[in-house]
Design a protein around this ligand. Structure first.
Ligand code: SF4
Length: 229
């Protein structure tokens, strides 16, 4: 954990049993035992030790089961700041998570299919792979205008139970925008570049984009990119 690493003495001497301060910070963020670094026991580091202990009271990392055999480290809720929003697949920190507009099944996405030979209309289910994402998606079309389909994500989880469902395969699509409501996290300004976690994302991967419109917690984000670092 970077914050703890920065607070440690920085001698990288290994006396704590870890190769460098960074490794001990990682251990401390889970275990909470700050007594292994001998320097923190010295008078001159008394304030630093107290600071680390205080920080750990709200920022410990816990292991959380996210699948059958998979365990992921998730930071505990921080009482001193916003609740941490962390992508599962890449562990990036997001500014907020984005859920559906009230009454809708998922965030709205605008899709630009690269292959546009197929007729698309409201109510159609599209099978597609978003550019940059390895996962096949199914989404139901709300409207289609000027080559852009506005959709709600519809599966595959829910649709696969229905053997009769029909879909149109539109191949790779560029996801040009998201529209939804902030579920957790801070409210950004218009024009701001943000990192966000769409609540319906099957990989729970942090996305980036630019806020082009906001009404309270309702946002429209364009310039969507999955390359976040
Ligand atoms: S003993 Fe302290 S200073 Fe030395 S590596 Fe461990 S944490 Fe860093």
């Amino acid at each position: 954990m970077a914050e703890i690493s920065e607070m440690l003495p920085g001698y990288n001497c290994g006396e704590c049993g870890h190769k460098q301060c960074r490794d001990y910070a990682d251990f401390v963020s889970r275990d909470g035992d700050v007594s292994k670094c001998p320097y923190l026991e010295q008078e001159r580091f008394a304030d630093t030790k107290a600071e680390i202990v205080e920080f750990l009271s709200t920022h410990r990392v816990v292991e959380e089961k996210i699948g059958k055999d998979k365990v992921e480290d998730i930071p505990l809720q921080c009482k001193g700041c916003e609740e941490s929003i962390i992508g599962v697949i890449d562990r990036r920190r997001a500014d907020f998570s984005l859920g559906p507009i009230p009454g809708e099944p998922s965030c709205r996405e605008d899709l630009f299919p690269f292959g546009r030979s197929i007729d698309i209309g409201p109510g159609d289910v599209l099978r597609y792979r978003p550019l940059g994402c390895p996962v096949i998606h199914f989404a139901r079309v709300m409207k289609y205008s000027k080559g852009i389909a506005t959709v709600h994500l519809a599966g595959p989880r829910h649709l696969l139970g229905d053997k009769n469902f029909q879909y149109k395969d539109v191949g790779i699509c560029m996801v040009t925008s998201f529209e939804g409501f902030i579920q957790k996290g801070r409210v950004p300004d218009v024009g701001e570049t943000v990192k966000f976690l769409p609540s319906h994302c099957m990989m729970q991967k942090v996305h980036s984009g630019v806020i082009v419109h906001s009404e309270g917690k309702r946002l429209r984000i364009e310039g969507i990119d999955l390359k976040v670092w």
